[in-house]
Design a protein around this ligand. Sequence first.
Ligand code: AP5
Ligand code: MG
Length: 189
Amino acid sequence: MNIVIFGAPGSGKGTQSEGIVTKYGINHISTGDVLRGEIKGGTELGKLAKSYIDEGQLIPDELMIKILASVLDSFKESKGVIFDGFPRTIPQAEALKKMLKERDQDITVMLDLEVPEEELMKRLILRGKESGRADDNEETIKKRLLVYHTQTAPLVDFYKTEGTYQYIKGIGTIDSIFDSICRAIDSKK
Ligand code: AP5
Ligand code: MG
């Protein structure tokens, strides 16, 4: 089972991935977490990633696809993967499709967490105050939302064409959203 969890910055991809990993016993790849790990480790990749993340811009596709493939290959005997924050562009979606095909697999479901913009802003500003992710300030959040609308949102049509798209209402309690997610997964499995 391979799941793409999709949505704007702050839509709850990371939060909901935790529950999905526990319930379905699959691996989790958050490309944002991978990049933040590299930044923390002070690696060359981390330095490069930081220059994009701090500006709210996407890391170039070719590099991101290489990173994704190496994380995917590190999972042995996996029951499946939840992709969180990847794909974010059409070339990334095409690369993921190809990568899975080469492994005799495909995407089971794409979950699109829909959350109104003012709620996204509220959640991220709050998180910026509490835990301090460097890109959770008003100016960078606005850039991330713009990047989402221009480069990432077109993937909705991509996955509708693939037949794996599922709309999820992303507001309400974490538990109630999780229930809708499980229903969507179970209907596609
Ligand atoms: P990434 O780390 O993926 O960030 P993002 O997409 O901007 O999303 P977030 O992680 O901020 O939000 P989320 O949807 O996970 O929500 P969360 O559960 O945390 O990417 C960061 C950067 O890395 C990018 O800008 C880019 O530079 C780079 N990058 C990453 N992937 C890339 C790729 N594929 N290609 C190129 N570049 C890439 O929730 C948010 C907050 O809301 C939390 O505080 C949470 O507690 C709260 N919350 C969650 N659910 C609810 C709820 N139901 N009600 C109230 N609050 C809630
Ligand atoms: Mg996240």
